[in-house]
Design a protein around this ligand. Structure first.
Ligand code: MG
Length: 448
């Protein structure tokens, strides 16, 4: 059967493979899956998002189910409000960090987390069989005005606002023309921070540094942190669920680094906890967990896998190497504003600055790269790489393990026609060599 869902919801190019007809059929399927209302609908700052929102609501209303619409919000805000304001389900219209011509639909279960992989299959079955519910009464759409306030208030309640306020932190927010522009500045102001903003205007063409915060496009953030002598900087992706931090010396931290730091802080306060992370994040987390009598559960790559596992095991922390960080006491989803608040809380309770805090972490080096290729080509690459004498984990693509802290992982992207290479090593030199070696291997397999 053809697949509708990628790693992260249903995405496509608006007007090409993501047409209004397609959106309507997807939403009739989702309405049939939820089978009751009201459904909370929100969207990111893409130009096509408000148009798609009308189709989403109309389609759902046409089979008798009510919708409440939040307007433009970050994905984690929509997810939190779906849970906290007791909706039957949620729909977020977003293509996260994809280029501006893309858009997408992310269905949210009533527990505030993306629907499970099993439920995705149910929705796909309804979609392909056009097995839609019908109703002789129409549903209605009205506004939901409480989402942002509810979301921000809960985040503030999960940290020590008085302590943070007393520090009068200075923070640079690189909003990337994305959806955190409606929440992160408000949150930081509530926590008594002086804020400096970059790319703060919401613009679906992402004219600033693009919708994905990558070390190579965050030079402005680094410069601004140095120039304004800020305590740290933070950059969000298009829909505001991912965070990449910049320390007080202008160094951009990998998602792994900031996640390890936050995990260490949270676990010291909450020992004997569970942490969920994907197979491709740094092995250092096991060391930090062990020190705090905690356990690490590894999953396939993808935030849905991490979130669902967290919900199942009541884990306190979840993270991905790409800057997705989840705090279980707030919600089991990646959350840019919650993660920023946690970083403020960490610094307020430390005598060190962020750069010195990072220096306390066990040393490890991680990096990722990518090569353009089709799905068929990536299967061929993975099959070839599996034939090795080293230990291999085939849970997701192929992970070749040389020893505990030296490995390479290669997998097909679930959202783009590329194959991704991840690696960890105990020295920068070894890491660079490993990545070069495997990139060459992949290219030579492609040429065969
Ligand atoms: Mg995102």
């Amino acid at each position: 059967m053809a697949k509708l869902f990628g790693t992260n919801g249903i995405r496509g190019k608006f007007g090409e493979d993501f047409t209004l007809d397609f959106v309507s059929d997807v939403c009739l399927s989702l309405a049939s899956f939820f089978n009751k209302g009201p459904i909370l609908v929100g969207y990111d700052g893409r130009e096509s998002s408000p148009i798609i929102a009308k189709i989403v609501c109309s389609s759902i209303n046409s089979v008798g189910i009510d919708c409440h619409i939040t307007g433009l919000v970050p994905t984690p805000c929509l997810e939190y409000a779906t849970k906290n304001l007791s909706y039957a389900g949620g729909i977020m219209i977003t293509a996260s960090h994809n280029p501006s011509e893309y858009n997408g639909i992310k269905p949210v279960f009533h527990d505030g987390v993306e629907i499970s992989r099993k439920d995705e299959l149910l929705v796909e079955d309804i979609f392909f069989k056009k097995n839609w519910i019908s109703n002789n009464k129409f549903g209605h759409t009205k506004k939901e005005e409480r989402a942002i306030e509810t979301y921000i208030n809960d985040i503030v309640s999960k940290v020590d606002p008085e302590k943070i306020r007393s520090q009068k932190f200075k923070v640079v927010l690189d909003l990337g023309n994305g959806a955190q522009a409606v929440t992160a500045p408000k949150l930081c102001q509530k926590l008594g921070c002086e804020i400096v903003t970059l790319n703060e205007e919401i613009d679906g063409t992402f004219p600033g540094r693009g919708p994905e915060p990558l070390p190579e496009n965050l030079q402005d953030l680094s410069d601004k942190v140095m120039e304004s002598k800020a305590d740290f900087g933070v950059a969000f992706d298009g829909d505001g669920d991912r965070t990449i931090f910049c320390d007080n010396n202008g160094n951009i931290l990998s998602g792994d680094k900031s996640a390890l730091l936050l995990s260490k802080y949270i676990l010291e306060k909450n020992p004997k906890s569970k942490i969920v992370t994907c197979l491709n994040s740094a092995s250092t987390i096991e060391k930090i967990a062990e020190k705090n009598s905690s356990t690490v559960i590894r999953t396939k790559v993808g935030s849905v896998e991490v979130s669902r596992e967290m919900a199942l095991t009541n884990a306190i922390i979840g993270f991905e190497e790409n800057g997705g960080f989840m705090y279980g006491l707030h919600n089991y989803v990646r959350d840019g504003a919650m993660t920023t608040a946690l970083m403020l809380d960490l610094l307020a309770n430390s005598t060190l600055n962020l750069s010195d805090e990072v220096a306390t972490l066990p040393k490890t080096f991680t990096k990722k790269d990518k090569v353009q290729c089709t799905k068929e080509e990536s299967s061929k690459i993975i099959d070839t790489l599996k034939k090795t004498n080293y230990r291999v984990d085939e849970t997701d693509g192929v992970k070749i393990i040389f020893n505990e802290s030296n490995w390479v992982m290669v997998r097909q992207s679930g959202t783009e026609p590329i194959i991704r290479i991840y690696a960890e090593s105990d020295s920068q030199e070894k890491l660079d060599d490993l990545l070069t070696e495997y990139k060459e291997k992949i290219k030579s397999i492609l040429c065969r």
